[in-house]
Design a protein around this ligand. Structure first.
Ligand SMILES: [Zn+2]
Ligand SMILES: [Zn+2]
Length: 213
C-alpha cells in the first residue's frame, strides 16, 4: 500500500494519498487545501487517481475537492449524510472567516461496512462513525493494519462535538464500538495531528477513560 500524508491549510488538516502498488491506481482522502501541493505529491507517487474519498464534509477536509475533480476527472465518494453538510459550506466559510469556492458534489454514496476498492489490491472498509459530524466515515485497511480515522479519533484526543450536527455521546459510542474494537496494533491515521495506535489510545486517551463529552 502506498500511503502519503500531507498536512494542508490553516487548519493543519491531514490529506492522504493512498494507492495500490500493483496497479498504480490511487485515491485522495480529504483534500482540504493546497491543491498544487497535493497534485505534486501524487505525481511523485506516479499514481493514477481514480477516486476522491471524504471522511466528512467539514470545510477543512473538502476545500480543494472541486479543483482536484477537475484535474483527475474522478468521482467523489462520501456518506449520504454529508450532503446537507456540503450545502452548509458557505456558512461554515463565513463563520471561519475563510473563502470558499464551488461546493463539491458527491457522485457515489458510501454506506457503513462497504468495501471501496482502489486498483485491484487495496480495499478500504468504511466504518460509520458519526458524532463529530453527520455521516462521518473512517476507513479500515485490514490487510495493512491501518485505519484512516478522519476527525473521530486523534492521538490523545477526539473530534470536537460543538459544530452543527455534533454530539458527544454519539462520538464516544462510535469510537468505542467501531474503532477501539480494531486490533490494538492498528495504526490510526487521523484527520489532524500525528499517527497513533488503537491500543495506545485505548490505554492513554483521556477522553476514553469513562469520561463524558
Ligand atoms: Zn471535522
Ligand atoms: Zn478536520
Amino acid at each position: 500500500m502506498i500511503l502519503d500524508m500531507l498536512t494542508v491549510g490553516p487548519f493543519q488538516e491531514n490529506c492522504y494519498v493512498v494507492g495500490d502498488e500493483g496497479s498504480g491506481v490511487g485515491a485522495l482522502i480529504d483534500p482540504g487545501d493546497e491543491a498544487a501541493r497535493i497534485s505534486m505529491a501524487v505525481e511523485q507517487t506516479g499514481l493514477d487517481i481514480s477516486k476522491i474519498i471524504l471522511t466528512h464534509a467539514h470545510i477543512d477536509h473538502v476545500g480543494v475537492v472541486v479543483e482536484l475533480v477537475n484535474e483527475y476527472s474522478c468521482p467523489v465518494l462520501a456518506h449520504e449524510e454529508s450532503v446537507p453538510m456540503l450545502g452548509a459550506l458557505p456558512t461554515q466559510a463565513v463563520m471561519m472567516g475563510i473563502k470558499f469556492g464551488e461546493i463539491p458534489k458527491i457522485d457515489t454514496f458510501i454506506e457503513d461496512e462497504e468495501v471501496v476498492e482502489i486498483g485491484g489490491g487495496l480495499r478500504l472498509r468504511s466504518l460509520y462513525t458519526p458524532g463529530h459530524s453527520p455521516g462521518h466515515l473512517a476507513f479500515y485497511v485490514e490487510s495493512e493494519g491501518v485505519v484512516l480515522a478522519g476527525d473521530a479519533l486523534f492521538a490523545g484526543s477526539v473530534g470536537r462535538v460543538d459544530l452543527p450536527g455534533g454530539d458527544g455521546p454519539t462520538l464516544l459510542r462510535s469510537i468505542e464500538e467501531r474503532l477501539l474494537t480494531l486490533p490494538d496494533d492498528t495504526i490510526v491515521h487521523p484527520g489532524h495531528g500525528p499517527e497513533t495506535t488503537v491500543g495506545r489510545e485505548r490505554e492513554t486517551n483521556p477522553f476514553l477513560q469513562g469520561g463524558v463529552l
